[in-house]
Design a protein around this ligand. Sequence first.
Ligand code: ATP
Ligand code: MG
Length: 436
Amino acid sequence: MVRNTLECLEEAGYEAWCVGGCVRDSLLGREPEDWDVTTSALPEETMAVFGGDAFPTGVQHGTVTVRRGGRSVEVTTYRVDGTYHDHRRPDSVTFTRSLEEDLARRDFTVNAMAMSLAGELKDPFGGRADLKAGVLRAVGEPDRRFCEDALRILRGLRFSAVLGFSLEKGTGESIRRNRFLLEDIAAERIQTEFFKLLCGKYAVKVLREYPEVIGVFWPELLPMVGFDQRNYHHCYDIWEHTLHAVEQVPCDLILRCAALLHDVGKPKCFTLDTQGSGHFYGHPKISALLAGEMLCRLKCANGIRETIVRLVEWHDKVIPRTEKSIRRALMSLGEEDLRRLLAVKRADNLAQAPEFHTTQAEIDKFEAMMEQLLAEDACFSRKNLAVNGKDLTDIGYRGKRVGTILQTLLEQVVDGELPNNREILLRRAREIGGKI
Ligand code: ATP
Ligand code: MG
């Protein structure tokens, strides 16, 4: 599809190149997320080349989307950005016929390369060498580039977290120095970059090196840095403990966020007992509260936020290894979130002093018991209950009562007090009504 796009533009007499992330990823042997094409053709010329397959998705920036056979490629005219006044967007963009000028507006050298159909590489800023060396270097003068568009600050950290590249010294220092410019960036854009950062294979290295940058939009993290826990369970300060926990969960947004935020309330809850030991009573609740606020601030989707908050709130709860309490936990959290909770608990434990890692074996046993209960196809949710709301309405219940009675029946089934049998549950439902 991208080949065909380049061919069409070249046949019509224009220059056309693959550019940016897709060139970087191809050279790294990674599958590109998306393919971008840059061309000397003006937007209306691109529209003319592709006719009905072309859509003017961002014509003011020179972008035309070409859709063919269910796939799409963004084709953007060579462009130079005008002046920047708000650390966000150029006041104007100007089209140019020079590829070099277009490459010069791009953020990092590894993102400022173009490749032609014939395989020719245009690399005026040494992106290839930086790619080989695993280095992220701003194109041009870093302070000026981060000042133009502060999102580049976070993009730099994101690429470092995903690719494992280190930031060239001047670029890294400039990122630190200019971090407060991120305050001007819309929450949604921060969210996109930060979540990719957090799911990067090398996220922990970046979090460890640049907490003050993340602290611009999530200042709640900063008190954790260097906070001595004064507790024999812990061999790390709160931030190091947190980073070890993040390292122990898979690269999944919900798990990574839950691990990052599970102890965020600890600094607010610290008390010292008479023996000089530190305690953090009530920290899961405070952490959950803060996590909710932090995720709201980044405009995180409600469903994801609620799941993360629930995991944070539950992370320290003791769930006894009995059938009844595991059934109850399955009822409260559902299978997927209970599995997530176990992943967070494992990570939290592995991030504590090594002599307490025996908890891992406990979690193994818990998990085995849970698998057994799940394999029995037992009932843990209203979905699997042998009666539903309609059944209760049919026997005369109305409004809120329907929900309350369903919940009571579910709890009794989950606790093993009643079998999940329609006749028996209906009889019980009538009895409950009779009592009131
Ligand atoms: P991804 O793998 O996430 O797609 P990417 O590098 O392709 O990474 P995109 O957001 O798709 O990132 O942008 C495509 C290209 O546009 C980048 O490689 C870079 O050359 C340029 N670019 C994107 N955002 C900026 C920015 N804020 N400042 C300068 N150049 C940018
Ligand atoms: Mg891309």
